[in-house]
Every structure is written in structure tokens, then in C-alpha cells.
Design a protein around this ligand. Structure first.
Ligand SMILES: NC(=O)c1ccc[n+]([C@@H]2O[C@H](COP(=O)([O-])OP(=O)(O)OC[C@H]3O[C@@H](n4cnc5c(N)ncnc54)[C@H](OP(=O)(O)O)[C@@H]3O)[C@@H](O)[C@H]2O)c1
Length: 308
């Protein structure tokens, strides 16, 4: 019985999608390593896991750090001798216009959102290859399919992760390793309060507003004081005037966790294995537009939706 228990590793489990996914997998019998870079943030998940007697263990992992990733994965392999599921979830958003964003911030964004995932994947591969099975789930975004104003660098990391995932799926297939992409639209998590803005983007106060405050901003009332040191502030602010309110009615991270569990279950039946899961009405609308429209139609469609 113990031998058959499947082992899952989730990155970025301190909040949002990672938090809910770790709990849901553990509730469904997976021995789940809920990894996070700051284990001081583990109190809530540990409390729930203890109360429900879940097979969940918190482990320290900073995806930006080679040693941290290596140590965590080695510990899991030493303990369990296998890893069945890797959910690459850790990430954050860097927003702003390209001209305003420093190269250092851009590198940092790639460090977490792309290299972080590459690190964990590389670390689990030899084990998954030897065991001749494994599922790697990468949380990209609708921003991995469609270019979005004000998010150029975030979008670049997610497009890169999509390309990586599509490509490695060929080399991993002979070893029974499946790659799956989750492409959510706006999801109501701490993502919005963790967004890093370029220095010139706007009033710094936006960076310290809570998620609740951001979703309640009344842009028509123009109650945000702008620093306006950016040539692109109109574009960024108009985008944010759509983005923040969208958070209000956005799906909760539990919905993404449910789709992740479903994807894992489906992947064992070859007829139902899907490479991509698009989550949320907004993501589905944008993905459909990308599929059916010419480039110029898509440009106009997105401009009308996000910049008017
Ligand atoms: N929310 C959305 O609208 C949305 C839409 C599409 C895709 N996504 C993607 O979904 C994923 C999860 O985001 P979320 O919405 O759940 O946001 P969240 O609540 O802010 O969670 C992000 C998680 O990533 C962790 N993280 C950040 N940098 C890390 C690092 N260097 N090492 C380890 N963990 C790190 C955070 O840890 P700390 O608590 O220590 O910061 C946190 O646990 C991200 O990849 C994001 O791009 C989100």
C-alpha cells in the first residue's frame, strides 16, 4: 500500500494555486511535498494538514537557488525513492513597459518564472526517466499564449515556458513522462499584491495596496495619483483599470487545483490525456481569439478589451 502511494511535489505552496493544489493532492491520497521558499509561511497549511490528517509535508525550496532545489529534490528521492508528479507553480508578475524595466528586474523575473522551473525539471528527470513514468505540470498562463500590454516580460517568461514544455514533451515521451500545461486567466490569489512594477510605471503606492484595495479602485473616479514619469503611463493605467477589477469576480485558486487533479487523473488514460488546460472564461475567450483571428484582428480585439 505504502509503495503504491504516489509522490507529488508542488512549488510555491505558501499561497494561492500552490497552497490549494498541495492540499487537494494530499486529500486525494498523494504524499505531497508542499514546498515553499519561506517555511515560516507554512503555519496555515500545516494546521489544515494536521487537522485532516493529510499526507502532506512542508519542505523548503527556493526555485531561484540551485542548491535549494537540489537539496529538496534529493531529500524527497532519498525518502521516497521516486517522484510521480511535479507541479511547477512558483512565480510572480513583473508589470510595466519594456523601456521602463531594468535588465536586473527582467533577469530576476526569468530567474523565477523560467529558470526556476527548468531547475526543478532537470532535478527530477533522471528519477522519472528511470522509473519510466512521471507527470510534469507547468503553470503557465493565458499570458503564455497571447501577448498582453503592460506584462511584456511576464508574458515572455510564460511563452518561453510554453516553448520549453512543448519541446521536451517529445524527448520525454519515450520514457513515459508526460508534460501538461495549465493556462489560467485572472485568478483571485496573492499574485496581484505581489506584482512588481517597473520604477517608472506609476505611483509607488500601487505596489503596497492590498488585493482588496486594488480590486476596489474606481478608475473612472481617477482616485489614483500618478507619478507619470513614464511615457507609457496611459497604456499601463488603462490596462490596470481593466485588470484590477477583473480580480473581483475571478475564479478562486481551488478551481485551478481541481483542474490539476483532473489532469493528473486523465493523463493515465491515453485517450483523455490533454497537453493544455485553459482555465477561466477570460482565458478561454483570449485563446479562442488567438486561434480564430488574424494577427491584426487579434491586435484590435485585445486593444479593444484592455486598452479602451
Ligand atoms: N493569479 C493569477 O491571475 C495567475 C494567472 C495565470 C497564471 N498564474 C501563475 O500561477 C502561479 C501561482 O501564482 P498564484 O496566482 O497562486 O500567486 P501567489 O498566491 O502569489 O503564489 C505565488 C507563489 O510562488 C511563490 N514564489 C515566488 N517566488 C518564489 C521562489 N523564488 N521560490 C519559491 N517560491 C516562490 C510565492 O512564495 P512567497 O509567498 O514566498 O512569495 C507563492 O507561494 C504563478 O506561476 C503565476 O504566474 C497566476
Amino acid at each position: 500500500m505504502e509503495k503504491k502511494q504516489r509522490i507529488a511535489v508542488v512549488t510555491g505552496s505558501s499561497s494561492g494555486i500552490g497552497f490549494e493544489t498541495s492540499l487537494l493532492l494530499a486529500r486525494n491520497g498523494f504524499y505531497t511535498y508542499a514546498t515553499m521558499r519561506d517555511t515560516l509561511k507554512s503555519e496555515k497549511i500545516k494546521k489544515i494538514a494536521n487537522k485532516e490528517n493529510l499526507p502532506l509535508e512542508v519542505l523548503s525550496m527556493d526555485v531561484n537557488n540551485d542548491d535549494s532545489v537540489r537539496n529538496a529534490i534529493h531529500k524527497i528521492i532519498d525518502e521516497k525513492k521516486k517522484i510521480d508528479i511535479l507541479v511547477n507553480n512558483a512565480g510572480y508578475g513583473l508589470f510595466g513597459a519594456l523601456e521602463d524595466i531594468s535588465i536586473a528586474d527582467i533577469k530576476q523575473q526569468f530567474e523565477t518564472n523560467l529558470f526556476g522551473e527548468i531547475r526543478t525539471i532537470k532535478e527530477v528527470l533522471s528519477t522519472m526517466r528511470k522509473q519510466k513514468n512521471g507527470i510534469i505540470i507547468n503553470i503557465t498562463s493565458i499570458a503564455g499564449l497571447v501577448g498582453i500590454p503592460a506584462e511584456c516580460i511576464y508574458v515572455s517568461t510564460k511563452f518561453a515556458l510554453e516553448g520549453l514544455s512543448e519541446s521536451i514533451s517529445y524527448e520525454l515521451q519515450p520514457y513515459g513522462i508526460k508534460v501538461i500545461l495549465m493556462e489560467p486567466g485572472v485568478i483571485n490569489t496573492n499574485f496581484v499584491s505581489s506584482i512588481k512594477f517597473s520604477d517608472k510605471t506609476d505611483d509607488k503606492s500601487q505596489q503596497t495596496l492590498s488585493k482588496q484595495e486594488k480590486s476596489e479602485i474606481n478608475y473612472s473616479g481617477n482616485n489614483i495619483k500618478k507619478k507619470s514619469s513614464s511615457y507609457y503611463s496611459n497604456t499601463i493605467d488603462t490596462f490596470l483599470s481593466h485588470y484590477y477589477p477583473a480580480m473581483k469576480n475571478a475564479p478562486l485558486p481551488k478551481e485551478v487545483a481541481t483542474v490539476i487533479l483532473e489532469a493528473i487523473k486523465n493523463s493515465s488514460k491515453s485517450s483523455e490525456y490533454l497537453f493544455r488546460y485553459i482555465i477561466g472564461g477570460d482565458a478561454k475567450t483570449f485563446a479562442q481569439a488567438k486561434k480564430n483571428m488574424s494577427d491584426s484582428e487579434l491586435h484590435e480585439f485585445i486593444s479593444n478589451k484592455l486598452l479602451k
